[in-house]
Design a protein around this ligand. Structure first.
Ligand SMILES: [Zn+2]
Length: 257
């Protein structure tokens, strides 16, 4: 894995809301609201306006700093976060494509369509998307997630980027496709509808065997003041965590001849 801080794609760092300045106050960099509330014991974790949590604000930080989203791109956004979806759609236009297994759960503006990754991943077109984006999806899939990640990556164009976030816990990977109760899944996988957990102890032997991942150092990318202004907790600033996004470019997949 490689750590990125002085990424060659970094553009000038500026806030998406020109009325806000880093360090003046704490606010959501997805929607501009300063109404951040504690959530599950985490201070200022969730934006009361747009629902962005820490990892959502991390993703927006990365997209703002890198300028990776460009007009005319084709972007696949799975389980789309509302504020991020609007941000991308406003830039790329009709190339924005949102998908979920339950598209009715999403606001109509995102035009989210049905995609069951268990049956649909292998049907995705090859070399089709500039960006494939997903957060906290892999732990929900009742199938082999390596196959899904392979097909999602296959759908990237040459030069495309696969950007994703997976909840990482202490300990080891564990998965069970069987008929477990919600209580059992919560006990073993941290949520009633999780099929698996990913562990820090063997991350290199799971996701790390699929991709030569690139990791971000957000402090080097945008600086500590900006991260604190957006209530991004310090444990999420770098390396592997449940908050953090990774990315793999087209050639970073290891599953090839
Ligand atoms: Zn917000």
């Amino acid at each position: 894995m490689r750590i990125l801080g002085n990424c060659p794609f970094i553009r000038s760092q500026k806030c998406s809301d020109s009325t806000k300045r880093w360090g003046d106050m704490v606010f959501c960099n997805v929607c501009g609201s300063s109404n951040l509330r504690d959530f599950n014991g985490r201070p200022s974790a969730i934006c009361a306006s747009c629902g962005a949590v820490e990892r959502t604000r991390i993703l927006k930080t990365i997209l703002d700093a890198t300028g990776w989203i460009q007009p005319g791109q084709r972007v696949m956004h799975l389980a789309p976060e509302y504020g991020i979806g609007l941000f991308i759609k406003n830039i790329v236009g009709k190339g924005y494509e949102a998908f979920d297994i339950s598209p009715e759960r999403y606001p109509p503006e995102l035009n989210t369509r049905l995609l069951d990754l268990v049956t649909g991943a292998e049907k995705l077109p090859s070399q089709h998307y500039d960006i494939v984006l997903h957060s906290h999806v892999m732990e929900h899939l009742p199938c082999n997630e390596t196959a899904v990640l392979y097909h999602l990556h296959r759908s990237l164009k040459p030069g495309g980027k696969h950007i994703f976030c997976i909840p990482i816990h202490d300990g080891h990977y564990e998965s069970d496709l069987g008929n477990l109760s919600g209580e059992e899944r919560t006990r073993r996988f941290h949520q009633h509808d999780h099929i698996r957990r990913f562990g820090l102890a063997d991350f290199q032997n799971t996701i790390g065997m699929i991709f030569d991942l690139k990791l971000f150092d957000l402090e080097r990318l945008v600086g500590a003041t900006q991260l604190r202004s957006n209530a991004i907790p310090e444990e999420g600033w770098r390396g592997v965590s449940g908050h953090m996004y990774y990315f793999a470019e087209k050639d970073d997949i290891k599953l090839k001849e």
